[in-house]
Write a protein that binds this ligand. Structure first.
Ligand SMILES: [Zn+2]
Length: 460
């Protein structure tokens, strides 16, 4: 029986909302179940009727735990989906942290809208609740990398490590003798913590991400800026603030701080991880040594605590966080959010940006319009928490941290195929990035590649 694939999100120039519907006869499987994030018109798509009737879905397969790949799942369950959700154990453990947090944010947003009457709806309701998130988690079936499973009759599938974040997998589905490979998000080669993306030998239809499809990451060692920032904090006896995403980036920073300390390249300053979600995510990372790169795995079996710098403190509660106001530097605070759009980092920035002893190090992509971007671009003052804050602190940037393969790394992974896929669909990239990757694939590999369109349905 022939099978089809429909691009329901994360295609046609959109990076978020990843959803791909695989159909064979009356059987349907959803590959990824992501939330649209970012601009308002995109976020509104989360509120549209589900793009596929949830009751008709036999199963969901999740490539990884990032919300733009998993965050629509509670809504799908709320709207009637009652099948199994397949993902790796690492992804499941991260989902236990991330889905309730996403639900909590939805609930807070609705409560805010009701308090300030900013919604057209009366009362404003959350997209989903913590209960919906718990129900979604109850549907998960954990599958180890490489183990075959049958999401629905006639489809066989398995995960291959993609090296992107803990638990992240490429998904292969075999249906009617045809082989579909979905890259999910591709990680990088030779970075600490994560394994390299594993090569895949063959595909009839390949779906590949293109977040950085037209860019090449700077070759510099990301720790160089980190070392400079720590030394500046030490010299000025001030605080180093590192806004960081709770999952992935926070663990990388902790790992690098610990390693640089051990190598004597930075002094051992007190390090405060000021984010309950990052604390939980770090516990998950520490609990999955089998997922990490071989060097780290060995260290962990020897009893090392790779995510704990020597003078490590966890700020679990709001009181713990507030107590830092009475502590003087030098010291390091790692807190979310990574682009300073919210989270505990705002309180520290508000207090410490006017102080020239302070150093702020941004360690990831800063989207246009965010406070992170404004600071990175040299703003002399900035609005936050209802006040205008003068910026006297030193703002530093390390652009070399990224969890996504760049163009050359994507091409390197594609080079692992033993024969060209029949067709390659490019998803999960803004238009420039997707088209850039398509052109690179055509000229450098000579493959037939097209940019997938939103809503497009193709035959496998
Ligand atoms: Zn991702």
């Amino acid at each position: 029986m022939s099978a089809t694939l429909t691009f329901l999100g994360g295609a046609g120039g959109t990076v978020t909302g990843s959803k791909h519907l695989l159909e064979t006869g009356a059987r349907r499987v959803l590959l990824d179940c992501g939330l649209f994030q970012g601009l308002k018109e995109l976020r509104e798509r989360n509120w549209a009727p589900p793009p596929v009737e949830p009751r008709t879905l036999g199963a969901v397969i999740l490539s990884h735990a990032h919300i733009d790949h998993s965050g629509y799942l509670p809504r799908l369950c709320r709207d009637g989906f009652s099948g199994p959700v397949y993902c790796t154990p690492g992804t499941h453990d991260l989902l236990k942290v991330m889905l309730p947090d996403a639900a909590h944010l939805q609930e807070e947003e609705a409560a805010f809208a009701n308090r300030h009457r900013t919604s057209r709806h009366e009362p404003a309701l959350p997209l989903y609740t913590t209960e919906d998130a718990e129900r979604a988690l109850g549907r998960v079936k954990r599958v180890d990398f490489g183990r075959r499973f049958t999401p629905t009759r006639g489809v066989e599938a398995w995960f291959t490590p993609s090296g992107h974040i803990l638990g992240a997998g490429l998904v292969t589905c075999v249906v009617g003798g045809r082989r579909l490979v979905f890259s999910g998000d591709l990680g990088r080669y030779g970075v600490p913590i994560m394994v390299d993306p594993e090569p895949v030998a063959e595909a009839d239809v390949l779906v590949v991400e293109s977040t950085y499809g037209n860019r090449v990451h700077p070759p510099d060692d990301p720790t160089e800026r980190l070392i400079a920032a720590v030394r500046r904090a030490m010299d000025r006896k001030g605080w180093l603030l590192i806004p960081a995403f709770a999952v992935g980036r926070s663990q990388e920073i902790l790992y690098d701080l610990r390693r640089l300390e051990a190598d004597g390249r930075i002094p051992s300053l007190p390090v405060y991880l000021d984010s309950p979600m990052a604390i939980q995510a770090t516990v998950v990372y520490a609990g999955h040594p089998e997922e990490h790169d071989p060097e780290l795995r060995r260290a962990m079996t020897d009893g090392e605590r790779p995510f704990a710098p020597r003078r490590f403190h966890l700020s679990q509660t709001v009181e713990d966080s507030k107590r830092l106001n009475d502590v003087s530097g030098p010291g390091i605070i790692v807190a979310g959010s990574g682009m300073a759009t919210g989270g505990r980092i705002l309180h520290h920035l508000k207090r410490l940006l006017p102080d020239s002893h302070t150093t702020v190090l941004f360690v990831g992509y800063q989207a246009a319009g965010t406070r992170g971007r404004l600071l990175k671009d040299g703003a002399a003052e900035i609005r936050m928490l209802g006040v205008t804050v003068p910026v006297k602190a030193e703002i530093m940037v390390s652009d070399a941290y990224s969890a996504h393969a760049d163009r050359e790394e994507i091409l390197r992974w594609l080079g692992g195929f033993k024969r060209p896929p029949g067709i390659t669909y490019i998803v999960h990239g803004e238009a420039d990035a997707a088209e850039g990757l398509r052109d690179a694939i055509a000229t450098r590999l000579g493959w037939h590649a097209v940019v997938a369109q939103d809503g497009q349905r193709v035959t496998l």
